[in-house]
Design a protein around this ligand. Sequence first.
Ligand SMILES: *Cc1c(COP(=O)(O)O)cnc(C)c1O
Length: 237
Amino acid sequence: MKEKMFSDIRHNYETIISNISDAALASGRRPEDITLLAATKTVDPEFINYAISLGLKFIGENKVQELLSKYDSYDLANSQLHFIGHLQSNKVRQIVGKVSMIQSVDSLKLAQEISRQSIKQNVTTDILIEVNVGREENKSGVMPENLEKLLYEIAPLENISVQGLMAIPPICENEQEIRGYFQIMRNMFLDISSKKIDNIKMGTLSMGMSSDYREAILEGATLVRIGSSLFGARNYN
Ligand SMILES: *Cc1c(COP(=O)(O)O)cnc(C)c1O
């Protein structure tokens, strides 16, 4: 059973790396310009660390409790840990200093708390701004029209460094539709980048998951977040 998991993960990892390479080249970039982050929710650290032993460099959790309970087991000597889920301000203190990036910042209040806790712990925390690209109610992310204002508000905060944007587009019916959302993200990314806002870097565009990472790369993603295609279907029990 466990041996089967290991061999599946190895096979999946090789397939994903090869698909990422193909999509990078097709988009006029180099394979090493694209970062693979494994979304590790529900995955046992033993399997996460096996993927790290294959060459995986970035892992991401989306729940604070789960991250904390698995934290001592991750092989963080050979990988970096990101937070990729919805984050409440009152839980920031528990993960600052443990994660190298928080990908899911969508309010000034949350950014202020990350800044405050990072100052306390004498670290600088890299963040991405999550954009609600599909303008969906009840979904995280700043609305596209409020992105620029939020960036200007976050820019002066200390010990926090904006590195780019992240998005989780709506469930789409077809490839054209999802590519449309990725294009909106790339255009925002380029637009903000061209404004050269002080203290705001636009180096990372995090979009694309198991079902659509090739399309995301073709549309300009620099980081893809992949869970089930690497580790298999999630078991929430
Ligand atoms: C789970 C998760 C992913 C990966 O989802 P898959 O479809 O399993 O690849 C990506 N991003 C976030 C924020 C996630 O929570």
